[in-house]
Write a protein that binds this ligand. Structure first.
Ligand code: NAP
Length: 338
């Protein structure tokens, strides 16, 4: 058997180009998994027991799996959200977690706006009508949509993506902007005239409510039956955050009885969305398969950032973007002392 000459072992799961895998191979032995499933789970766990680094798109790791990864030093997720990973356990173990913020912001905001346009103007429903040969006479009131321009846009979670959605709305479509966030956003207020509101007031006043918060204990079911009841019956809900920010059965009910007018959803409680979900059959719902960042350019940039983060972390130059930077700082300080 050939002697191992590289100091690190890395597991790579999906979403990496050949060039990126080749770059990783210059510093590490790479175990590549196209996917992790029942058929290869034993191989994955065996690789995990030796791995120093892990990179990939959908790395569902729980504490029990972490316990079987004694050498693990860094996880580089190819996503900005990290709700699929146990951050507290990673902090306890001193495992660095890197994510991919910024490079996906504009593309995800584009997706949100595509959903806004589609729900307001009923694009999917009416395109289907043409496709199915049912466009037989001039379209009448029963097929009219509602305007986008000039409508009040409520951004729940005005962070990177929320701010980019707000810019599109205010500068492109003349929309008054309301927002929630943990802290005020003076730049948005100055540049766009955006106003910070409490969630309840935002829900009551917005014509389109757009969700761009991270998913965590605080935002679990943030939009529940009570929240939906506060929205205008003419309003639409757009979700590019995470599925469980919304109580999905309550949303189905609200859409069904007309408590709100429409929804545009990129994310769901269960993904892939089961084909028998009531959301699939509703004319006033546009569903997309979690494509927030899914363009060639942006997925490439995300993968490259994740590769840079992993290589930088293992080779001591440092990550470009880390969630728990303290872990990195502590490790760097300890290395200096030695
Ligand atoms: P971000 O910059 O951290 O923005 C999150 C914003 O939410 C921040 O403004 C934060 O306030 C605010 N916030 C946090 N908790 C809140 C709460 N309980 N109520 C109201 N606001 C709250 O993150 P981002 O880069 O914009 O990404 C946001 C999320 O979008 C990600 O976590 C991910 O789950 C999701 N996402 C989805 C896709 C997709 O494919 N659909 C793609 C990318 C991202 P402060 O600024 O005051 O802290």
């Amino acid at each position: 058997m050939a002697e191992q000459t590289k100091p690190w072992r890395i597991i790579a799961v999906r979403r990496l180009s050949e060039d990126q895998l080749a770059a990783l191979s210059t510093v590490a032995e790479v175990d590549y998994f196209e996917d992790v499933n029942e058929a290869n789970r034993a191989d994955f766990q065996s690789a995990l027991s030796r791995a120093h680094g892990l990179i990939g798109g959908k790395l569902d790791l729980d504490e029990a799996m972490l316990a079987k990864a004694p050498a693990l030093q860094v996880i580089s997720t190819i996503s900005v959200g990290y709700d699929h990973l146990p951050l507290e356990a990673l902090n306890r173990r001193g495992i660095l977690l890197c994510n991919t913020p910024d490079v996906l912001t504009e593309t995800t905001a584009d997706t949100a706006f595509a959903l806004i346009m589609a729900t307001q103007r009923r694009l999917v429903e009416l395109a289907d009508l043409v496709r199915e040969g049912d466009w037989r006479e001039h379209i009448g009131r029963e097929h009219f949509g509602v305007d986008v321009h000039g409508k009040t846009l409520g951004i729940v979670g005005a962070g990177r993506i929320g701010a980019a959605i707000a810019k599109r709305g205010a500068l492109g479509f003349g929309m008054p902007i309301l927002y929630t966030a943990a802290s005020p956003k003076p730049a948005l207020e100055q540049e766009l005239g955006a106003k910070q509101h409490g969630l309840e007031a935002l829900l009551e006043q917005a014509d389109i409510v757009c969700l761009s918060v991270p998913y965590n204990d605080d935002t679990h079911y943030l939009i529940d039956a009570d929240a939906l009841a506060r929205m205008k019956p003419t309003a639409a809900l757009v979700n590019v955050a995470r599925g469980k920010v919304v109580d999905e059965p309550a949303l189905v009910e609200a859409l069904h009885v007309g408590r709100i007018r429409a929804a545009g959803l990129d994310v769901f409680a269960e993904e892939p969305l089961p084909a028998n979900s009531p959301l699939v059959a509703m004319d006033n719902v546009v569903t997309t398969p979690h494509i927030g960042s899914a363009t060639h350019e942006t997925r490439e940039a995300m993968a490259q950032l994740a590769v840079d983060n992993l290589m930088g972390s293992l080779t001591n130059s440092g990550p470009r973007t880390a969630v728990n930077e303290d872990v990195w700082r502590r490790a760097a300080a300890e290395a200096k002392e030695v």
